[in-house]
Design a protein around this ligand. Sequence first.
Ligand SMILES: Nc1ncnc2c1ncn2[C@@H]1O[C@H](COP(=O)(O)OP(=O)(O)OP(=O)(O)O)[C@@H](O)[C@H]1O
Ligand SMILES: [Mg+2]
Length: 402
Amino acid sequence: MRKFKANDVFKPGSFPEHTYISRTSSEFSYSYEFRLKQALNTSGFLTSVIGPSKTGKTVLCEKVIGPNNIVSLTGSDFKHSASFWMTVANKAGLSIEGQQIQTTSTAGERLPGVSQSVSSSTMEKFVTGKDQVIEYFKENNLVLLLDDFHYASEELQLEIAQQLKDAIRKEFPAIVVSLPHRADDAIRKNPDLSGRLSLINIEPWKPDALQKIAVTGFEALGITIDPRLVEILAAESLTSPQLMQTICLNLCLLLEIDSDVSITKIEDPSTLHTAFRATTTNLPYKEIAKRFKTGPSTRGQKRKTFTLDDGEEADTYELLLKAIAIDPPSTALSLDSLKLRFDKILGDQLSKPDKNSIKKTIVQTQTIIETSDSIYQVFEWKDEVLYILEPLFLFYLRWGMH
Ligand SMILES: Nc1ncnc2c1ncn2[C@@H]1O[C@H](COP(=O)(O)OP(=O)(O)OP(=O)(O)O)[C@@H](O)[C@H]1O
Ligand SMILES: [Mg+2]
């Protein structure tokens, strides 16, 4: 019997108790955990955590604050008409009415939300409610986590910022978590909050930290994994701890390590490839890849195509996806390096797309991205460099069936 099951150890969707890795930011030589603790100990300040999607923002807060002391609300919890403080109180399991404070955690005893069209006497209750909430949080060492703040409308973001501004002066402990670029206005660029913010910028993951997830996890399962395979796993995970957790879990499932306790070593690279392909089956990028390959409308005209080694014909749109996908996996590709990749794919053919034609293809694809749903925002063309914004998309291009 193994001490743990694979899905206790590798947790792509929740808190990774056995594979939690602490990192240090390149800006400061302190760990993110220390920085968050420091921020939370600076009373009168609001903490703003910003970082790309799936880099461990929520997990960091859970680690530092502990599950029992977090009161977590997401941007979308505030759609309803209840007031900010009523929503927070409900979530904390605190009933607020007039002067009375009831502390309870069962949903049945909570008061229902109060609609926004309120008389002045109810307004008074809200004011009282706010103070009660602040007191309750302080007494019970609770921290308000406003997660995925970018999901709240701009109007709501400003309203919440306004409420927080006043509350943090009263030492209300709160963290606002958001994606880069989206929370700048309401929080980081809000003049009312300037000088009262602790800023924590979470960076994408580097290979050495990603490697630690695999090493720690397999060790917990009593399995040694060849360091060369760990390097490959980290390279394929790009910048995403979640991708690393998912690939490792799939590797365990494919090898049936839960039932086959005789497995003590992983050293065959081909098992990794099977795990990579298995990991792509649930990724939602099929339609997106298809759309990018089709490119903009040609009004019936046929695009110029190039013949690949295997005899397949491909136009520049299809070639672009192939160029992004080939080795080595990289999340930033300059025009020069893309040109080299096109040349590599087309081998010794005489006619190959030049840099201008590659650039035009990227610009057109960028237009498709900008005019489509947010799930299409998988890469960005900026200053002649193509940045992969969504590591999972690149992983899908490399290993998925499309
Ligand atoms: N410090 C860590 N150590 C190991 N794995 C981690 C760590 N941080 C995150 N992960 C992995 O990544 C997953 C996603 O983390 P998390 O949900 O915290 O990201 P996020 O930045 O909050 O994402 P989102 O932008 O979607 O809110 C976790 O469930 C876990 O599998
Ligand atoms: Mg999160």
